[in-house]
Design a protein around this ligand. Structure first.
Ligand code: AHR
Length: 502
């Protein structure tokens, strides 16, 4: 099949912020306990954190990690995770025990070791505006108050200096501890935001938008919440996970999830712009897609492990929850979502792949054992490394494919441009090879790198076979030309780098 892809460096969509490629660690399942933290593991450091996991996270260059939840957040008291006495609590969100062995200081220490900033979240379920403001004070106020001096006594003299703060999590969901209506949440979030910013004027704030377009309240929720909070916050959050849309397990539908994701982002942006107009505001609300990924909740023939049942191992610590073993189809779908973030770079300024370790995650560990990189690790790593600078709008001329989300490209693309270098991402969503004529229109370019992720659609990586699906480097052509022809293998994700001649 033949396609033409037009890439023109004048077609700038917007700056790609590095924070779009953040991730997320929640106190749940084996993300923290028996994930990043396993003091009895032979590779644990003096604080109990696994060095092999830290190496894998460091190698990714994850810019920011959202913490400590997720649904867990809405029942969490940050004071339980500081000082010497750490109470064991029931975590009502996931039916697990929270030992509080890992809390604020420990997590911020881990984040410093892996070179990531912390994106902290404040509890809007059982928590109050005062709890939230005092957490900002504890983290960011230098000294001389009871709360900042408590931090110093707890071993951290300098403030943590946390810049980005989420005001609650998915407060529209009836699964949320103390869920709120849009009016209730909007009012509470506005008052909380005011207090938090009065403590530290330099922080940036993220307000909860609709957790999913499946919520009945979507998109009115976003409008109402923003009507209350528009002047006080910097980002509106959205969350999105994809699985096969129905039991037929149609791969074409699944790989076309990016079409639906794009529509979701554009609707949320339009809703925010409505409020901007309504308020005669000059501010353009940024979007934080602070949970996105593939998440299968049901076992399927090609799926080896989902562990979605939270009644399993009730009131224990570090049980398997929300563990997905990802295959190539999952990696391609997730890569499509990453391309959609690039293609909406004008609005999406922050993001978190949910999550980072064990729980629906690119990094998978065994207790006392090894660590493997899941298939989705690689598109994530490729995006962090190459999707920077500005996003260019690419145009694909070629046959379309039908899907339950509407017609969409057989080859889905996104392109980043920085300092004379193009990084073109291309997903072949079909079972046949796709030939693409790339037309750079403005300048001749030389191909400098070609890396592709492909293989059998339902192959996955595991500890016994960690490299079934890994990126392969293919020889890149050396000539500077305006037109290049590339062949994309069936079911593949390809990164093509090109440099302008100086
Ligand atoms: O990431 C897993 C869960 O998904 C989070 O706790 C919640 O915010 C979302 O529903």
């Amino acid at each position: 099949m033949k396609n033409t892809v037009i890439i023109n460096k004048e077609f700038v969509l917007g700056a790609i912020e590095k924070d779009v490629w953040g991730s997320f660690i929640e106190h749940m399942g084996r993300a923290v306990y028996d994930g990043i933290y396993e003091p009895a593991h032979p590779l644990a450091d003096e604080q109990g954190f696994r060095k092999d996991v830290m190496d894998a996270v460091r190698a990714l260059h994850v810019p920011k990690v959202r913490y400590p939840g997720g649904n867990f957040l809405s029942g969490y008291d940050w004071r339980d995770g500081i000082g010497k006495d750490r109470p064991v609590r029931l975590d009502l969100a996931w039916g697990q025990l929270e030992t509080n062995e890992v809390g604020l200081h420990e997590f911020c220490g881990w984040a410093e070791k892996v070179g990531a900033e912390v994106m902290m979240s404040v509890n809007m379920g059982t928590g109050t505006p005062k709890d939230a403001a005092q957490l900002v004070e504890y983290c960011n106020h230098e000294k001389g108050t009871a709360i900042s001096d408590l931090r110093r006594r707890n071993g951290r003299e300098k403030p943590f200096g946390i810049k980005t703060w989420c005001i609650g999590n998915e407060m529209d969901g009836d699964w949320q501890i103390c869920a709120l209506t849009a009016e209730e949440y909007g009012r509470k979030a506005a008052e909380t935001a005011k207090m938090m910013r009065w403590v530290d004027k330099d922080i940036e704030l993220v307000v909860c938008g609709s957790s999913t377009p499946d919520q009945k309240t979507y998109p009115a929720w976003d409008r109402i919440v923003l009507q209350h909070t528009y002047d006080y916050v910097d980002y509106l959050s959205m969350h999105r996970y994809y699985t096969y849309p129905d039991d037929t397990q149609n791969v074409g539908d699944f790989l076309s999830s990016h079409t639906d994701f794009d529509a979701f982002i554009k609707t949320v942006a339009a809703t925010a712009d409505y409020v901007k107009g309504y308020k005669r505001s000059k501010k353009r609300m940024k979007i934080s897609v602070d949970e996105w990924n593939v998440w299968h909740t049901k076992p399927a023939p090609n799926r080896v492990d989902v562990h979605n049942d939270c009644d399993e191992a009730r009131w224990t610590v570090g049980a398997r929850r929300l563990e997905n073993i990802y295959d190539l189809a999952d990696a391609l779908t997730m890569a499509g979502m990453a391309c959609t973030l690039i293609n909406n770079a004008d609005r999406v300024k922050m993001g978190c792949l949910a999550q980072l370790v064990n729980v629906i995650a690119p990094i998978f560990t065994e207790v006392g054992g090894g660590m493997s990189k899941q298939t989705i690790y690689y598109p994530y790593a490729m995006a962090i490394a190459h999707a920077k600078g500005v996003a260019l709008r690419t145009v694909v001329c070629g046959e379309k494919m039908e899907s339950c989300y509407g017609d969409s490209e057989k080859v889905y693309t996104a392109c980043a441009y920085e300092d004379g270098t193009y990084a073109l991402f291309a997903i072949n969503k079909t079972a046949e090879e796709q030939i693409c004529d790339l037309d750079f229109q403005v300048t001749p370019v030389r191909m400098t790198e070609r890396t592709q992720l492909t293989g059998k659609l339902h192959d996955y990586n595991c500890l016994e076979a960690p490299e079934r699906i890994v990126p392969q480097k293919v020889a890149a052509e050396g000539k500077a030309e305006r037109l290049h022809t590339v062949r994309l293998p069936a079911y593949s994700f390809t990164l093509l780098c090109f440099a302008e001649e100086k």
